[in-house]
Design a protein around this ligand. Structure first.
Ligand SMILES: Nc1ncnc2c1ncn2[C@@H]1O[C@H](COP(=O)(O)OP(=O)(O)OP(=O)(O)O)[C@@H](O)[C@H]1O
Ligand SMILES: [Mg+2]
Length: 456
């Protein structure tokens, strides 16, 4: 039920901002000229307040694009330029290919009605209309018949948790509830683009988290393009496909949450991200490393045992030749098998203690890591081992220190069987010395492992 205007370019970006400026004050055009020539924000103070300076970015259809920055950095000004509510002093803003800078008032109203809904920082509800009529407001301007309006408003009010409040007035609701009416109004209007200015900031933490999850769910379900402004870095990281960080009217970095977190463009961004809950931003795929303790099932117990000795670990992963993860083997089982001259590794494979997919947040990995003698295994959707997350990596990823530290042997579980015992056993059972039949020695573990990197 999305609305399309005839003039739109079919494969255009949802929003494309190029060299946009907004100066409030007496002589905005002159101010832009001076800014272009290299003047600072302070230099042009006499001419006006430069709220948005030389800003360029684009938002793809179906993307959640987050804008963050300190108070006064220009976020609200910028988002209001995107739907023409605030005039753009200079530059270009295209919505699905249509230039909106300089567009007439009637066209802008149509644009807001049909293409972009906005959830305001301060709820902007109509005080004398019921909650339902507020939620149905966008539909009313779209000319949707009364019965359908009512039904769609009810539907969205229920989805934001306001069932039963339809006939109340906004003044009877708490701030958080009013914010949810604004949200229902925006969703009910069913436009392609949603502009959300601090839309969740009046909500208490539990409901806020719930709304964030619901927004992501709705976005996936309906494919909306969302521009979301927030002060809250964890919210930005949770919601954003990409995040733009604003400072003093300029965008100082645009990137994925992972880019912003691991490669901040400057100290301002770095300071911004230092408090982020990394465990809820980074995923197993972000921090995983190539698996080392891994043998193909065909390699046999000797190879597995030697590998475990060399890596000083008590277990290793076993895969098929196609790298599908079969499970793990333990050093003590392999030792016993080698001692009795056995060659069957497959029979001794145990289930992998902890397996995740690459999208799992590392917050969920800690418990798994503690329970396992091996790093947490990361598999792709076909069950192939694509990486591992050792405990030390898990800890390092939270603090941004390099993963390679001298503490690895302390943090990683030590072998169950002493190294000397394994070496002795390997020597005593060397193929030259063991009875025939038990000596089906496989290629050296090194040879088998070198091609077992993380690349899928
Ligand atoms: N109507 C206006 N007239 C004059 N100056 C304005 C106007 N609106 C915003 N400003 C100025 O523009 C700058 C950016 O304000 P804006 O509201 O966009 O910031 P913000 O990033 O949304 O801040 P917050 O996080 O507090 O909402 C500020 O210096 C502000 O004083
Ligand atoms: Mg604001």
């Amino acid at each position: 039920m999305t609305n399309q205007t005839a003039s739109s370019t079919p494969d255009a970006q949802a929003i494309e901002v190029t060299g946009a400026y907004k100066v409030f004050g007496r002589r905005p055009k002159e101010a832009v000229k001076r800014l272009r020539a290299g003047a600072s924000r302070d230099d042009i103070k006499q001419l006006g307040t430069a709220a948005v300076i030389d800003t360029s970015f684009s938002v793809q259809p179906g993307e959640i694009f987050v804008v963050m920055g300190l108070s006064g950095s220009g976020k609200s000004t910028l988002i209001r330029m995107l739907n023409g509510l605030g005039e753009t002093t200079d530059g270009s803003i295209r919505v699905f290919g249509d230039e909106i800078v300089g567009m007439g008032a009637a066209d802008l109203r149509a644009l807001r009605r049909d293409r972009l809904s906005m959830v305001f920082q301060h709820f902007a509800l109509l005080p004398h209309r019921t909650v339902r009529d507020n939620a149905a407001y966008g539909l009313e301007i779209q000319g949707v018949p009364a019965a359908e309006r009512r039904e769609r408003a009810n539907h969205w009010l229920e989805r934001v948790g306001l069932k039963g409040w339809e006939d109340h007035l906004p003044g009877e609701l708490s701030g958080g509830m009013q914010q949810r009416v604004g949200l229902a109004r925006a969703f009910a209007a069913d436009t392609d683009i949603l502009l959300m200015d601090e839309a969740f900031s009046a909500l208490d933490p539990l409901i806020r988290r719930e709304m964030q999850e619901q927004l992501v769910e709705l976005q996936q379900e309906l494919g909306k393009t969302i521009v979301f402004i927030t002060h809250d870095l964890n919210e930005a990281m949770f919601l954003g496909d990409r995040i733009a960080v604003m400072r003093d009217g300029r965008i100082v970095q645009v990137g994925t949450p992972n880019d912003i977190l691991t490669d901040p463009a400057n100290d301002y961004v770095a300071q911004f991200v230092q408090d982020v809950d990394r465990a809820r931003v980074l995923t197993a795929g972000d921090v995983m490393e190539p698996p080392r303790a891994v043998v193909p099932a065909s390699a046999g117990p000797r190879a597995a045992l030697r590998l475990m000795r060399d890596l000083q670990t008590s277990a290793c992963f076993v895969t098929t030749s196609g790298r599908k993860l079969l499970g793990v083997v333990r050093d003590k089982d392999m030792l016993r098998e080698v001692r009795k001259g056995g060659t069957d590794l497959a029979a001794l494979v145990r289930p992998t203690p902890s397996v995740v997919d690459r999208d799992q947040y590392i917050a969920d990995l800690f418990e798994l890591a503690v329970e396992s003698p091996l790093p947490v295994a990361v598999v792709d959707n076909q069950g192939r081992l694509i990486g591992v997350v050792p405990r030390v990596t898990l800890l390092a990823s939270l603090t941004n220190v390099p993963a390679v530290t001298t503490e690895i042997p302390i943090i990683e579980p030590t072998p169950d069987v002493p190294m000397a015992v394994i070496t002795e056993t390997l020597e005593q059972t060397h193929p030259g010395r063991v009875p025939e039949g038990a000596a089906a020695e496989s290629p050296s573990p090194e040879a088998m492992i070198t091609n077992e990197g993380a690349q899928a």
